[in-house]
Design a protein around this ligand. Structure first.
Ligand code: ADP
Ligand code: MG
Ligand code: MG
Length: 199
């Protein structure tokens, strides 16, 4: 069973991974966006880690709701409200249980990803974070390692796509040939989940 501490460690591992990969995320965003995705998420997840330290929420749902709220309030770019919605919706779906199982987490993440699609209007294939998140949630029933692989493959599969949502869509066909920054950071989020589960 996964408790509040597991979810706190997942968020902390994501913050560390975003720190390590910030330059790469920003480089991807400089090709098809405005070169701020790494710094946006660094600012956001630094705030998440600080808030979790300070407030020590006691349930998995409360950890994700607090994390989502921090992302929404500290990240100015499109990714802040989108990741914030992902984590808040997932947290809400977990309710006030003190421990949750992997199947419950998979179901809750599905609700979170649905929330992102409702907010941003993106579908799979639009070259966004959705292209990593949907395959990850689909694979999560099989296990955390399968979800990590699916997210990474989903992120890589955005390269040949033309962006239909977000800033990259303004480039039209010129968005083809570059991996989507948000799909790349979503793969980091899922990899951090798998790392936390395997630790
Ligand atoms: P901004 O584009 O405002 O500078 P970021 O650079 O932080 O924000 O995030 C860009 C990423 O956000 C994109 O690579 C894409 O994955 C994701 N994104 C943008 N718009 C949408 C949307 N409508 N739905 C889902 N994801 C989106
Ligand atoms: Mg950007
Ligand atoms: Mg921006």
């Amino acid at each position: 069973m996964l408790d509040a501490d597991f979810f706190r460690r997942w968020m902390t591992a994501t913050a560390a991974s975003v720190d390590r990969e910030a330059e790469r995320l920003t480089a991807l965003d400089s090709a098809i966006g405005d070169a701020d995705h790494g710094s946006n998420l660094q600012r956001g997840f630094t705030a998440v880690a600080a808030a979790l330290d300070k407030e020590a929420p006691q349930t998995p749902g409360a950890v994700l709701i607090l994390a989502g709220r921090q992302l929404i309030s500290t990240v100015g770019g499109a990714s802040g409200p989108l990741y914030g919605t992902l984590l808040r919706r997932t947290g809400k779906a977990l309710g006030d249980a003190t421990e949750v199982g992997a199947a419950q987490l998979a179901e809750a993440l599905r609700a979170g990803v649905d929330g992102v699609m409702a907010l941003g209007g993106a579908a799979p294939g639009d070259k966004t974070m959705i292209d990593a998140l949907v395959p990850a949630v689909d694979a999560l029933g099989t296990g955390f390692t399968a979800a990590r692989t699916a997210a990474e493959e989903g992120a890589q599969a955005t390269t040949p796509l033309q962006a239909r949502k977000g800033r990259a869509s303004y480039l039209g066909e010129r968005s083809i040939g570059h991996q989507d920054p948000g799909a790349t950071s979503s793969a980091l989020l899922i990899a951090a989940l798998a790392d936390t589960a395997e630790a």
